[in-house]
Design a protein around this ligand. Sequence first.
Ligand code: ZN
Length: 212
Amino acid sequence: MSARRQPSEERLLAFAAGTLSAPESVVVATHLALRPQTRAWTALAEAVGGAVLDDVEPSTLDPDALDLTLARLDAPEPPPIAASTGRTDPSLPAPLALFDLGPWRWLGPGVHVRDVLGPRDGDCRVILLRIAPGQSAPRHTHSGVELTCVIEGAYATEDGVFSPGDFEEADPSITHQPRVVSAEPCLCVAALDGQIALPGWLGRVLAPFVRL
Ligand code: ZN
């Protein structure tokens, strides 16, 4: 099974058009801040209105066009959403440093989660997930779409390794258990729509404790 490491074209175009939900925009903006080449493609989509690029893969875009667009970009694109005026965390990518953060909460051995306060759309919200080296997130599936971008460290699933800047999209058809494979903790930002679901009897026992 091959895995995308970047948002789908449809999601990038929705981001460029400003129609993506606020939580999903934060995760896409984080990916763009860490991946200038995708950012250049998105900027081009914004510039020409998207439709012309419907059939163009980011990887097949003319390198000169990428260079020209990159030259025009001197800072990460800000997320197209209103941020709180709270404290900033300069260690986080620019799109995340704008938001207040909730306290770290224990989710399981070596696994902590904190809320990114502000971006919300119905049940969809943004969290930061920090997992210690060698540890795994609980094996789970999803009641909605889950978008994840790696900020630091790396994790592996059946689809391979995800490193800083890599983007993973999961939905109710996917059950996975990300396992940290880096020597340092893995820090990710995720937009969750609905709850994660833990299969099996252990999941039912643990569910009240790991509710996000
Ligand atoms: Zn997941």
